[in-house]
Design a protein around this ligand. Sequence first.
Ligand SMILES: Cc1cc2nc3c(=O)[nH]c(=O)nc-3n(C[C@H](O)[C@H](O)[C@H](O)COP(=O)(O)OP(=O)(O)OC[C@H]3O[C@@H](n4cnc5c(N)ncnc54)[C@H](O)[C@@H]3O)c2cc1C
Length: 346
Amino acid sequence: MARIAVLGAGVVGLTTAMLLGNDGHDVTVLERDPTEPHGDPEALWSGWERRGVNQFRLLHYFQPAFRDRLERELPTVVEGLDTAGAIRHNVMALVPEELSGGFREGDEQYEALTARRPVTEAVLARVAAATPGVDVRRGVAIDGVLAGSSVEDDTPHIVGVRCAGDDDIRADLVVDTLGRRSPMPAWLTAVGARAPVEEREDCGFVYYGRYFRSADGSVPPMIAGLLQDYGSVSILTLPADNGTWGVGIIVSARVEGHRRLAPRARGIPARCPLGRRRTARRRRRRDGRHRGRAPRLLPGRFAGRDRCGVGGRRVGVHEPVAGPRRHDRVVPRDCASRRGAQQRCR
Ligand SMILES: Cc1cc2nc3c(=O)[nH]c(=O)nc-3n(C[C@H](O)[C@H](O)[C@H](O)COP(=O)(O)OP(=O)(O)OC[C@H]3O[C@@H](n4cnc5c(N)ncnc54)[C@H](O)[C@@H]3O)c2cc1C
């Protein structure tokens, strides 16, 4: 059993914590935003303050892989989402039968279990808080990492995190799930480690989103695919929980007057200000020369490129930690030999 610090209680941090907690590890999740989720979906939607996640009230669709993974590994979250009014939606149902030949065996894999982000995250937070071995601490702002003595050469060995105005947290493994604006590269540099190589690109579009519900609670039929492209403008329509649906307008930032395109579909805004984001994509990877070092710190996205989706992303930390070489990876802190250290990092 290892002491693991998971940084950030977003969707990825909470999921990672539950998976590791269920494997018997002692997991502490540290989150800067102080507020716990309270109340029913409408109270969460209108009242849960999450300054740490800019896109909190923008459109989210949790992909089928997320549901599939939850069913296999975290069934209590599935129960919680069903109870909270999450919708089950299968994109295959939108394809006309003349084209698809009808629903066939295997198509159930495309079923998504999805809800507005505050509703989904609240369910994850509640199940995480009840998971043995998982301690979620809110209102704790991390402001750096702690380095112990080097394991190998001059590679700093991360042994925990510094918390602003709070006690330091020591850990065998630190998992960075602080989102795409994570200051981890700067924190690593501050303790003498080489920062991961980052690539950032401006996607060149602006994203407007708003959730709606109808006056009588009914949901209009979907008459086209979730995403429709019209040259420099795309329209996204996403089904969500409790009779709500989201409309997103994605437009090239070069289009003049794009603000006028903000969604004004018929329906009642689900008590949310219009969300708007200029989108950028950020990827982080370890420098090739550095491969196999710094075994104590696994950036949350290390398992693959983040393609802008929680659901589609592989569970990056759990598998290597829980895999056959689990003990090689997380247990020894005062590792014995250079060869041993290299094996742990592969
Ligand atoms: C416009 C937009 C639309 C999207 N749509 C979808 C979608 O439809 N489906 C989908 O699956 N994904 C979608 N995403 C992506 C999804 O929102 C992100 O992948 C997801 O939020 C990443 O989750 P995370 O837990 O890694 O990070 P975050 O959700 O960013 O969580 C990071 C957490 O770390 C905390 N934190 C930050 N700094 C500190 C600190 N110093 N100390 C302590 N805590 C700290 C923050 O408060 C926050 O709670 C969308 C993203 C955007 C921008």
